[in-house]
Ligand binder design. Structure first.
Ligand code: DGT
Ligand code: CA
Ligand code: CA
Ligand code: ZN
Length: 575
C-alpha cells in the first residue's frame, strides 16, 4: 500500500467516526495521522520494513496508530475501518464530497431524511426538504445544490499529486516484469495537468500477457474493466482508472506522442501532416503505406519540421506559434529554485517549529526562506498579532546570526480583511523583509468587492505579493469571483508579484493565469505554503504548473538570489 492509500483509509476512519459523533480527539488523531502519512517523503511501507525505524518517529503518529497502519500494510485492511463501514452505509461518505456537507451534516441527512446517495440528496434539496432540517436552512440547501455539480466531477478527476502517488508505485510494481523494454506514462498525467481523469500507461514488451497479469496483481486494483491483446483497463481503490496499452517498439514514439495528447495538440499535428502529404497516427508517420518514422517522439516531430515539445506545453495554446518562430521557451526546472517565500510554523497552524523548518530548508539546499505565518484575523490558525509577530522576528534575527548558507526572512501572510484593508498596521509591515497578502474570509462577496480588496492590498507599499490569488481548491471550492485582469493591472502598476502556490489542491495561480500574468509582465513567485517539513517538497507541483504556463527561469522571482529579489522589488516600485 502506498502512502496515499493508507492516508485515504485513515481519513475515511476519521470521517466515519465523525459521522458517529465520536470523541473529537479520537477523530483528530486519525485526521492528523492521515495528513502525516500523506506528506511523508518516503513510503511508510519502507519505514515499517527498516530495522530500527518506527512510524512513531513522525509527529501525529502514536504507537496505537502506528500498529494499526502496520497491520493495514500487512493485510490490506484495518479492522476498525471495516467495523465502521458495517455500521454506516458507505454511500453516506459520498455525501461529504459535496462542498458544505461535512460529517455532521451528512449524518443528519442520513438519519433524519434517510438520504444515502447524491441523487437522493439532490431530490431532497429540490423538494425543499433539506432546509427544514435543524441547522440547515434555505441558504445551505442552495449551497448544497450548487456544490453537487462539483461533487459529481470529484468522482472523475483526482489531483495530479494523488495520481502521481499511484503512478510511481504502479510503475515500480510493473518494472519487475523482465519482458518490459519500455514503460512510460502518457495522457494528462504526463502533461502535468492539475487534475487527471485516468492514468494512461504505455508498454513495449515481448510478453504482453505477463505485463497484464502483473497489472492485475497490483495490490490497489479493485476492478478489472477490460482486457484484450494490447489494451487493459482497471480501476484502483479510490477510483482511479488505469489504461495500459502495449505497442510495438517501432511505434513507441508515435504511440507515446499520440496518447500523451492533448487531443487538440494532436489535431493540429494531424492537419500539419496532411498538408505535407503525410499521415500520422499512433503507429507512426506514413507516406501512403510507407512507414516514415515512429520509434521516438523526436523523430515524429522532426518529420513535420517541429521540435520536440515538453509534454506540459502540448495543449494547442501557443506552442506551435512558438515553434514556428523558433522561440520555444526553455521552461523552468526544479533545480532553478533558490528560495521559498511562503511557509508556516507552530506559531500558527504549521506542524514544525521555526528551527525545524530552517533545518529542513538547509537539508533541501535552499538559499533563503521567508517565514510567513498567519496574521491575527485567522483566529482558527492562532494568527499572530503585532507583539507575537515581533517576538518571532526577534527570534529570526538571533537565528540568522548563527546560520551559514541560508537566510531566514522575516515575513508574514497578512490577511486581507472582509471590509477591505490589511490585518496589521503599516508600521508593523514596514519591519518585514517580505509580506504576502491573502484573502481567506468573505470569499462569497461580489466580484467588485473582492477585486477591490485585492487591488487595494497590492497598492499597500509593504505588500510584496498576493498569495493564492483566486482561492480555488481543486474539487473542493471554486475560485472566488475576482477580476484577474484588474489584479494583473494593479500588480503591474505597483510593481508587485503574484504567487503560484504549489499545494497540489491549490495550484493557484493556475497554468493559464500564469501565462496571462507573464503576458502582463508580472513576475511569479512559486511557493510551497508548507505547513510542515514535508510541505517543502511540494515545490515540484508548482514547477509543473509553471511549465504548463510557459514560464522560464527568468519569469520566476525566486530563482534569483535574495539580494536580486529585493532589488527587483525596489526597481519595479520605482518605475
Ligand atoms: P484525462 O481526461 O485527464 O484523462 O485527459 P487525457 O488527455 O489523458 O485524455 P485520455 O485519457 O482520454 O486520452 C489520452 C490521450 O490519448 C489524449 O490526450 C489524446 C489521445 N486521444 C485519446 N482519444 C483520442 C481521440 O479520439 N483523438 C485524438 N486525436 N487523440 C485521442
Ligand atoms: Ca488520461
Ligand atoms: Ca485514458
Ligand atoms: Zn499560507
Amino acid at each position: 500500500m502506498n502512502n496515499a492509500q493508507i492516508a485515504a483509509v485513515l481519513d475515511e476512519v476519521a470521517d466515519l467516526l465523525e459521522i458517529q459523533a465520536a470523541n473529537p480527539f479520537r477523530v483528530r488523531a486519525y485526521r492528523n495521522g492521515a495528513r502525516t502519512v500523506r506528506e511523508l517523503s518516503e513510503p511508510a511501507a519502507t519505514i515499517l520494513c527498516t530495522a530500527g525505524r518506527k512510524l512513531t518517529e513522525f509527529k501525529g503518529i502514536g504507537s496505537d496508530l502506528a500498529d494499526k497502519i502496520a497491520a493495514l500494510c500487512q493485510t490490506g485492511s484495518m479492522p476498525l475501518h471495516q467495523e465502521l463501514l458495517a455500521q454506516i452505509p458507505v454511500s453516506v461518505l459520498t455525501l461529504m464530497r459535496v462542498p458544505g456537507v461535512g460529517p455532521k451534516k451528512a449524518a443528519a441527512l442520513n438519519k433524519e431524511l434517510g438520504i444515502s446517495t447524491l441523487d437522493e440528496l439532490r431530490a431532497a434539496c429540490q423538494a425543499g426538504r433539506v432546509r427544514k432540517l435543524k441547522g440547515f436552512g434555505e441558504k445551505t440547501e442552495q449551497t448544497i445544490l450548487a456544490g453537487m455539480e462539483l461533487a459529481g466531477s470529484v468522482n472523475q478527476r483526482l489531483t495530479w499529486a494523488e495520481v502521481d502517488g499511484f503512478a510511481q508505485s504502479l510503475m515500480t510494481h510493473l518494472r519487475a516484469c523482465p519482458s518490459i523494454a519500455e514503460l512510460e506514462p502518457a495522457g494528462s498525467y504526463r502533461r502535468g495537468r492539475d487534475s487527471v481523469a485516468d492514468l494512461d500507461l504505455l508498454v513495449v514488451s515481448s510478453n504482453p500477457a505477463e505485463v497484464m497479469d502483473r497489472l492485475a496483481a497490483f495490490a490497489a486494483v479493485e476492478t478489472l474493466l477490460g482486457r484484450g491483446d494490447t489494451k487493459m483497463s482497471v480501476r484502483l481503490a479510490g477510483g482511479l482508472q488505469v489504461d495500459l496499452r502495449v505497442v510495438p517498439a517501432e511505434s513507441f514514439g508515435a504511440a507515446w506522442q499520440y496518447f500523451t495528447g492533448s487531443k487538440d495538440h494532436n489535431v493540429e499535428l494531424r492537419s500539419r501532416a496532411k498538408s505535407r502529404g503525410l499521415k500520422i497516427n499512433e503507429y507512426g508517420v506514413f507516406r501512403g503505406d510507407q512507414y516514415v518514422a515512429g520509434r521516438t517522439e523526436e523523430e515524429v516531430y522532426a518529420t513535420l519540421d517541429l521540435p520536440w515539445f515538453p509534454p506540459e506545453l502540448r495543449e494547442a495554446r501557443q506552442e506551435f506559434a512558438w515553434a514556428d518562430a523558433g522561440q520555444l521557451p526553455k521552461l523552468i526546472e526544479t533545480g532553478d529554485m533558490q528560495g521559498d517565500l511562503h511557509m508556516h510554523t507552530t506559531a500558527t497552524d504549521g506542524r514544525a517549529s521555526l528551527a525545524e523548518m530552517v533545518a529542513a530548508a538547509q537539508d533541501r539546499g535552499l538559499k533563503y526562506i521567508a517565514i510567513t505565518d498567519h496574521s491575527k484575523r485567522v483566529s482558527m490558525a492562532n494568527g499572530l498579532d503585532a507583539t507575537r509577530l515581533r517576538a518571532q522576528w526577534a527570534e529570526i534575527d538571533r537565528l540568522n546570526k548563527s546560520l551559514r548558507g541560508l537566510v531566514v526572512l522575516k515575513g508574514v501572510e497578512v490577511d486581507i480583511l472582509e471590509k477591505g484593508g490589511l490585518d496589521l498596521e503599516d508600521d508593523v509591515l514596514a519591519e518585514a523583509d517580505w509580506v504576502v497578502a491573502s484573502l481567506h474570509y468573505g470569499q462569497q462577496q461580489p466580484r467588485e468587492q473582492i477585486t477591490r480588496r485585492i487591488v487595494d492590498a497590492l497598492a499597500n507599499p509593504h505588500v510584496c505579493a498576493i498569495a493564492h490569488p483566486t482561492g480555488r481548491l481543486i474539487n473542493r471550492r471554486k475560485p472566488y469571483d475576482v477580476d484577474l485582469d484588474a489584479v494583473f493591472r494593479a500588480a503591474r502598476q505597483h510593481g508587485k508579484f503574484l504567487e503560484l502556490n504549489s499545494h497540489p489542491q491549490r495550484l493557484d495561480l493556475d497554468d493559464v493565469a500564469c501565462a496571462a500574468a507573464k503576458s502582463h509582465g508580472i513576475p511569479i513567485v512559486i511557493s510551497t505554503d508548507a505547513h510542515g517539513v514535508e510541505g517543502l517538497d511540494k515545490l515540484r507541483f508548482g514547477i509543473l504548473q509553471a511549465r504548463r504556463g510557459g514560464l522560464t527561469k527568468a519569469d520566476v522571482v525566486n530563482t534569483r538570489p535574495w539580494a536580486q529579489v529585493k532589488k527587483l522589488l525596489r526597481d519595479r516600485r520605482a518605475t
